[in-house]
Ligand binder design. Structure first.
Ligand SMILES: [Zn+2]
Length: 113
């Protein structure tokens, strides 16, 4: 499950921020997860709860926002929404799509005490 290492990466970012901004408790964590990132939201929640145990973010609420997938269709010469990495173009039905967005996961914001 690669969500575990991703969750550890998020905790690392939180702890770095805590050192820099000198806060001692995290109330809410906002994570953006791209629809094409391959990250399972439920698995992410599970792993996050596991890694933050006994950390500064213990008990923090995890808010997950989905970033829509976006691709470039060569046939249509336009950006189109994509629901899956190897999906088809909703306009022409073709598969000449290049993924241009929605593959990332990032820590968007922290609410701290
Ligand atoms: Zn198309």
């Amino acid at each position: 499950m690669h969500e575990m290492s991703l969750a550890e990466g998020v905790l690392q970012l939180i702890e770095d921020a805590a050192r820099q901004q000198k806060f001692a408790k995290v109330v809410t964590v906002w994570l953006e997860i791209g629809q094409l990132s391959g990250v399972e939201v439920e698995a992410m929640r599970f792993c996050f709860d596991a890694v933050v145990r006994d950390s500064i973010a213990q008990g923090a609420r995890l808010e997950i926002m989905a970033l829509p997938g976006v691709g470039w269709c060569m046939a249509c010469s336009m950006s189109v929404p994509m629901a899956e990495v190897f999906g088809e173009c909703p306009h022409c039905g073709g598969y000449q799509l290049q993924v241009t967005g929605g593959t990332e996961m990032r820590l968007k914001e922290l609410e701290v005490d």
